[in-house]
Design a protein around this ligand. Structure first.
Ligand code: GTP
Length: 223
């Protein structure tokens, strides 16, 4: 077997770090991506690790080592150790929490300090989470895009709750890491199933009270 055959067979590995304030949904995003599950997670202490194998067009098989770093780690002594060597850094905020967006300045600075002496600088991505809560949004998307442009960040918007945008976000970052561009068809393949609830009101109650307690709920999956 030639060296290039071996290289082809051995999977490339990349380290991706998720950073941002507590409660923005970092663990939920990774869990949604790695296991397609969402639960109630205790606050992360230090760091949690996930491994996810994925396939990119080619086909190229790669492994993502995902580091879910605690929301209070930015002030801790271990942050340098956690973030060092990252190939990609995802800066996560919660669209309903303006402070979590403003605090990304601090996270970004801290991450630049850690990676300053690295030969290959990581890709950095700005990720808006909880977009299912549009009615509670306090961070407008023009602020998001300005911050991304000023700091040379890729940008994504996701919901760990509905799974909207989650796979595509990781897949696009993975594609950047190996230096390929996903076609429209590749991207469409990554669209998650978005689950929406359809509430059916009995006809005779529709006219009177849409608040009726006697409703039938069906789950609708769109692909
Ligand atoms: P730390 O471990 O403290 O750093 O928090 P974290 O950033 O990992 O947040 P976590 O994933 O634990 O989520 C915090 C809360 O936000 C939980 O109650 C989640 O259920 C909720 N949450 C996470 N993602 C979403 C989302 O996309 N939409 C909504 N509505 N809630 C979400």
């Amino acid at each position: 077997m030639t060296d290039s055959d071996e290289e082809e067979l051995s999977e490339k590995q990349f380290k991706i770090c998720l950073i941002g304030d507590s409660q923005v949904g970092k663990t939920s995003i990774v869990s949604r991506y790695a296991t397609d599950k969402l639960g109630k997670f205790p606050a992360t202490v230090g760091v949690d690790f996930y491994l996810k194998r994925t396939t990119l067009p080619g086909p190229r098989h790669i492994t993502l080592k995902i580091w879910d770093i605690a929301g209070d780690a930015v002030e801790g002594r271990m942050f340098d150790k956690y973030a060092y060597g990252a190939n990609a850094i995802m800066l996560i905020y919660d669209v309903t929490n303006g402070k979590s967006f403003e605090n990304l300045e601090t996270w970004l600075k801290a991450s630049h300090k850690v990676t300053a002496d690295m030969e290959n600088q990581p890709i950095r991505a700005l990720v808006a989470n909880k977009i299912d809560q549009e009615h509670l949004r306090t961070v407008k998307s023009d602020r998001h895009h300005r911050f991304a442009q000023e700091n040379n960040l890729l940008t994504y918007a996701v919901s760990a709750k509905t799974s909207e945008g989650v796979n595509l976000c990781f897949q696009k970052i993975a594609a950047e890491l190996v230096g390929i561009r996903l076609t429209k068809a590749d991207q469409e393949q990554q669209q998650n199933i978005v689950r929406a609830e359809i509430v059916t009101y009995p006809q005779h109650r529709m006219a009177n009270s849409p608040q009726s307690s006697s409703v039938k709920t069906t789950v609708c999956s769109l692909q």
